[in-house]
Ligand binder design. Structure first.
Ligand SMILES: Nc1ncnc2c1ncn2[C@@H]1O[C@H](COP(=O)(O)OP(=O)(O)OP(=O)(O)O)[C@@H](O)[C@H]1O
Ligand SMILES: [Mg+2]
Length: 239
């Protein structure tokens, strides 16, 4: 199978610190995979490697079977990967409309999914209402919606998001996750989400990877039979 994004044997070091150790992970189209773990577990490091923002010490990164280790972040966008960083990466002085245009320009020459401006503003209606407002004046929740909308306008097959719920209230977290569910189910996107809390993702993830101290401690398919008490134990490291 060549479709999907995958990471094989990823190792990342910052000086003497081994931030990620022998990590394997894959995401296929139409599934939402969550990496869950506490502060410092190596979650951001892992997804930043995929996006091309951190260089691994070893291991291989693939998008649809193509090894992207040596490709720039922009080249990975052209291979249908979109990344929303922990700080959301929006341009605060530009308007909502201008931020969205940056995504549309990146997506213009690609065929990709049918996620156009109409589709993303129907996912996030608030963006339609705030088109001419400077992005920096949006609330945290609105900024997160803008960041995801911009990423979707690049017409990705795979969307990678670092802690989308960070600092947001329950209502807007639901808005964000319902939108992710919709783009997975209606457009077949493969989604990789990083979170600190299992509870955030339990309604939405198809698979959960528990990451601690740079290592995948366990991996769980989420289906009707899943035992979240067991998952909590894995998360907190109780044997
Ligand atoms: N640029 C860097 N230079 C040096 N050390 C770093 C750097 N980035 C991360 N680290 C360290 O690597 C480890 C993993 O960090 P990472 O940011 O990947 O964790 P995380 O799981 O995303 O944590 P959080 O939930 O707090 O965002 C931590 O010990 C962190 O201090
Ligand atoms: Mg992080």
């Amino acid at each position: 199978m060549t479709g999907g994004i995958s990471i094989e044997g990823l190792e990342v070091r910052y000086g003497k610190l081994e931030a990620v150790k022998q990590l394997d992970l894959s995401v296929r189209g139409g599934e939402l995979v969550a990496i869950v773990g506490p502060n410092g577990a190596g979650k951001s490091t892992t997804v930043r490697c995929l996006a091309g923002l951190v260089t691994p010490a070893s291991g291989h990164l693939f998008i649809d079977g193509i090894n992207v280790n040596k490709l720039s972040p922009e080249e990975r966008v052209r291979l249908n990967l979109a990344f929303v960083p922990e700080d959301r990466g929006i341009f605060r002085r530009l308007t909502v409309q201008e931020n969205l245009k940056l995504g549309r320009v990146a997506g213009a020459k690609k065929s990709g999914s049918g996620l156009d401006l109409t589709a993303v503003t129907s996912l996030f209606p608030i963006l339609g209402e705030r088109q001419t407002q400077a992005a920096g004046l949006l609330s945290g929740g609105e900024q997160q919606q803008l960041a995801i909308a911009r990423a979707l306008l690049t017409k990705p097959s795979y969307l990678v998001i670092d802690e989308p719920s960070l600092g947001l209230g329950p209502q807007v977290i639901t808005t964000v996750y319902e939108a992710l569910r919709k783009v997975r189910d209606d457009y077949g996107l493969g989604i990789l989400v990083v979170e600190q809390s299992l509870r955030r993702v339990q309604k939405y993830a198809n698979r959960v990877l528990i990451l601690r101290e740079g290592m995948v401690r366990s991996e769980h398919a989420v289906d009707a039979s899943i035992d979240f008490a067991e998952l909590e134990k894995a998360y907190f490291g109780v044997e």
